[in-house]
Design a protein around this ligand. Structure first.
Ligand code: ATP
Ligand code: MG
Length: 231
């Protein structure tokens, strides 16, 4: 499955709060080529998670155009939106989002079920996905018995269950030490190289951001001029 190009124009989003309207994304425009690798940085509250949630079809923007592989995600609804999420998106959450009562293998198998992998293939497919992230030996462990880095690798295996064309990762290394963080980023890059998916990673880590081919720096909902990240 090849990656998808992204084209965002004048994306605006905000929330009504008791203290008035909060502008979260302020006319953001950006482009990412098919199979591109982008880092999104910015201080807390800059709008990074909101941008990812909109790209992933989890949040509908107030205004603007969000073209992912030629579909305007901002205008999808109902079954079309569900189909978009199921067929195009892999999402890695900062806090893993694994079910603690299921083993690593069962967590990935559940994602295979949701991705409509044939019942007879699910167990084998989950095993392949866990093998690809180097966790075969930990497949029968539940998340509480795994390290943070291992949990994040399970989360990446799960995100790949539907062979997404766009892999979105929200601070996937936020809770990890430097060595585990590097392994997780190595793994995301390897997944992209192997599957050709487009990869967008939110990170606070400048070294990790510098590894991406594109860098989008958000500052209070606005995109700073594209900058070259210093090594
Ligand atoms: N459902 C909501 N209702 C009201 N305000 C919200 C809602 N979701 C997010 N916000 C606000 O929007 C702003 C941007 O949030 P967002 O989660 O996108 O920031 P972020 O850049 O991901 O920050 P962090 O680095 O802390 O994760 C924040 O001020 C947040 O409080
Ligand atoms: Mg966030």
């Amino acid at each position: 499955m090849p990656g998808v190009p992204i084209r965002i124009r004048n994306l605006a989003h905000g929330y009504q709060t008791p203290r008035g309207r909060l502008v979260v994304l302020d006319h953001v425009s950006l482009d990412l080529p098919e199979g591109g690798y982008a880092a999104v940085t910015g201080s807390s509250g800059a709008g990074k998670t909101t941008l990812l949630a909109i790209l992933g079809g989890l949040e509908r923007p107030e205004a603007g155009e969000v073209q992912v592989g030629g579909q305007d995600v901002a205008r999808l609804a109902g079954d079309d939106l569900a189909a978009y999420r199921r067929s195009t998106i892999g999402f890695v959450f900062q806090h893993f989002g694994l079910l603690d009562t299921l083993t690593a293998a069962e967590n990935v198998e559940l994602a295979c079920t949701l991705a409509a992998v044939a019942p007879a293939r699910r167990r084998a497919r989950a095993a392949e996905l866990l093998d690809a992230v180097g966790l075969t030996a930990r497949a029968k462990h539940r998340p509480p018995a795994l390290s943070g880095g291992e949990r994040q690798r399970v989360a990446i295996a799960r995100a790949m269950a539907n062979q997404p064309r766009l892999l979105l990762a929200d601070e996937p290394t936020g809770n990890l030490d430097d060595e585990s963080a590097e392994r997780v980023i190595d793994l995301l890059e390897a997944v992209r190289a192997r599957h050709g998916c487009t990869l967008v990673v939110v990170t606070h880590n400048r070294d990790l951001a510098a590894r991406a081919d594109h860098h989008f720096a958000l500052d209070r909902g606005r995109l700073a001029d594209p900058e070259v990240v210093a090594p």
